[in-house]
Design a binder for this molecule. Structure first.
Ligand code: GAP
Length: 456
C-alpha cells in the first residue's frame, strides 16, 4: 500500500501547480495558500458537484450568494461576538501561542521539540478567550468607521435571507437554501497545509423543517453527505461519522455529527452536520424585529422551522480528494505517481498528445481534436517532450484519459485512448472520440485498489 504522507501531497501540489504557499516572495504568510491552475480547476469541480447534488438534482433547495460583510448586529445575534472564541495560552519562555484545548497536539518553540507545558522550563499563561472573527471598518476614517466583521461562516447570510427566499421562491418546509463562499477565521493553530487556513471556502446548506421532523432530517443529511463523498470517489473506509458529545456541541446545536476523513494527520473533521433547532431564526427575529417564521398561506398555520445544516469546507474536501487519490506504483521498471481522481473531480478530463509533434499530419489532427474536445470538457494539448514523460505529467494531475495521435491515425483516423488507472490502451475512431469521452465521464466510477509499491 502506498504510504500517503502530507509531505508527499504538499510536494505534488506544489510541483504540479495545484497549491502554492501564499505571499511566498515576501517570506510567506502562515495558514494562507494560493491556488494555481489545476488547484482552481479541482476546487471548481468540487463546488460544481456539490451544487449539482444540492440544487440541480433536487426540487427542494435553492441557491443564494450573500455578502461577506454583513451588518455587525448579525454577529451579535448569532452569538459569534460573545462566543466564537478559542481558549489560548502563551508561553513566556518560547513566546509561542497555543490553543489550550490542543496542547497535547502542539509543539513548543524549543529544540528538541516538546509539548507545551511538558518541562519545568515551560511558563504558560492562564487560558484567555480569543475571538476568531477578523474585524475591519466600513468608512474612510478608521476612528469613526463602523466596526464590521469578515464572516466566519456563510450560514448567517442564509438565515437573514429566510424571509426573502421563503416568500419569493414560494417554498414550504422542508426546503433548503444552499450557499458557497469564502469565510474567514483568525486561526492560530498553523500547519497541516490547507486543512485549517485563515480564509477558506464553505459549502453550507440550511434545511428548514417542521421542528417535529428535525431528528429524522438530521439523520437523513448525515447519510446523504457521506454518500456524496463516496459517489465522488472517496473510499468508504477513509470516512467515518462521529457524533459530538454534550461538551463539544456549539452553543446553537442540539446534535452535531462530523463526517471525518482519515487524513495523513489522522481522523479529522471534513464536514459537520448540525441540528441547529430554532436557535438562529429566533435570535434574528428578536434582534432585528422582523419575524422569521413559516406562515402557511392556506391554513394560516405558523411556526419557526428548525434547521438542519450540512456545512462542508471546499479546501478540506479538496485535500481529502487529493489524499484519497494519491497513489504510487511500479510499472515495468518505472515508478509513477498517479492521482486516481474521480473523472468528474479531475481538473483535466483528457489530454491530446501527438506522438511525433514535428510530423505535420499528427500535429494538425491533434490540434483539431483538441479544439473539438475543449468545447465540451477541459482538455489539454501537450506536445512537449517524450511521450512517456507527457503521460506521467498527466498521471500526476489526475487526467483520466489520454488520446495519442500516431502513425496509424494518419492511415485509419483512429487514436489510442490510454486509461490512467488500468493503463489499458484501446483504439477508437477520431470521429467518435468526443461522444466516447462524454459517455465515460457520465459512467459510474469507483477507485481501484491502491497498488502495491516498491516504496518509490
Ligand atoms: N456553519 C457551521 C460551521 O461553520 P464549522 O464546523 O465551523 O461549522 C464547517 O465549519 C466546515 O468548514 C468544516 O467542517 C471545515 O470543512 C470547514 N472549515 C472550518 N474552519 C476552517 C478553516 N479554518 N480552514 C479550512 N476549512 C475550515
Amino acid at each position: 500500500m502506498t504510504d500517503v504522507t502530507m509531505d508527499k501531497i504538499v510536494s505534488l501540489a506544489r510541483r504540479r501547480g495545484f497549491v502554492f504557499p501564499s505571499s511566498e516572495i515576501y517570506g510567506g504568510l502562515g495558514s494562507s495558500y494560493d491556488y494555481g491552475h489545476y488547484g482552481v480547476l479541482l476546487k471548481e469541480n468540487v463546488k460544481a458537484r456539490w451544487l449539482e447534488a444540492m440544487v440541480q438534482e433536487r426540487d427542494d433547495i435553492v441557491a443564494l450568494d450573500s455578502a461577506i460583510i454583513l451588518h455587525p448586529k448579525i454577529w451579535e445575534a448569532s452569538g459569534h461576538v460573545s462566543g466564537f472564541t478559542d481558549p489560548l495560552v502563551d508561553c513566556r519562555t518560547c513566546k509561542k501561542r497555543f490553543r489550550a484545548d490542543h496542547l497535547g497536539d502542539e509543539q513548543c518553540g524549543r529544540r528538541p521539540s516538546k509539548r507545551p507545558g511538558e518541562t519545568t522550563d515551560c511558563d504558560l499563561t492562564e487560558a484567555r478567550q480569543f475571538n476568531l472573527m477578523f474585524e475591519t471598518r466600513v468608512g474612510p476614517v478608521e476612528e469613526t468607521g463602523q466596526r464590521v466583521f469578515l464572516r466566519p461562516e456563510t450560514a448567517q447570510g442564509i438565515f437573514v435571507n429566510f424571509k426573502n427566499v421563503a416568500q419569493l421562491a414560494r417554498r414550504k418546509p422542508p426546503f433548503g437554501i444552499a450557499q458557497i463562499g469564502k469565510s474567514f477565521r483568525n486561526e492560530i493553530t498553523p500547519g497541516n497545509f490547507i486543512f485549517r487556513t485563515l480564509e477558506f471556502e464553505q459549502m453550507e446548506m440550511e434545511y428548514f423543517v417542521p421542528p417535529a421532523d428535525a431528528d429524522e432530517w438530521y439523520r437523513y443529511w448525515v447519510d446523504e453527505r457521506v454518500g456524496w463523498y463516496v459517489r465522488y470517489g472517496i473510499r468508504p473506509e477513509s470516512l467515518r461519522v462521529r457524533a459530538h458529545d454534550a461538551e463539544e456541541l456549539s452553543h446553537y446545536s442540539s446534535a452535531t455529527s462530523d463526517v471525518e476523513y482519515l487524513y495523513p494527520i489522522g481522523w479529522s473533521e471534513l464536514e459537520g452536520i448540525a441540528n441547529r433547532g430554532t436557535f438562529d431564526l429566533t435570535a434574528h427575529t428578536k434582534a432585528s424585529g422582523t419575524t422569521l417564521e413559516w406562515v402557511d398561506g392556506g391554513s394560516g398555520e405558523r411556526y419557526v422551522p428548525a434547521v438542519i445544516e450540512p456545512a462542508a469546507g471546499v479546501n478540506r474536501a479538496m485535500l481529502a480528494f487529493l489524499c484519497d487519490a494519491y497513489d504510487e506504483e511500479t510499472v515495468g521498471d518505472r515508478e509513477r505517481t498517479v492521482l486516481r481522481l474521480h473523472p468528474e473531480i479531475a481538473p483535466v478530463k483528457v489530454a491530446v498528445l501527438p506522438l511525433v509533434p514535428r510530423d505535420a499530419g499528427m500535429a494538425e489532427r491533434a490540434r483539431a481534436l483538441h479544439a473539438e474536445l475543449r468545447r465540451v470538457m477541459v482538455a489539454e494539448h501537450d506536445d512537449g517532450g517524450q511521450i512517456g514523460r507527457r503521460y506521467r505529467r498527466q498521471d500526476e494531475i489526475g487526467t483520466p484519459w489520454a488520446l495519442t495521435i500516431d502513425e496509424q491515425t494518419l492511415v485509419d483516423e483512429t487514436v489510442t485512448i490510454r486509461d490512467r488507472d488500468s493503463l489499458a490502451q484501446d483504439r477508437i475512431s477520431i470521429a467518435r472520440a468526443r461522444e466516447h469521452l462524454i459517455d465515460r465521464l457520465a459512467a459510474p466510477w469507483s477507485p481501484p485498489a491502491r497498488a502495491a509499491t516498491s516504496d518509490a
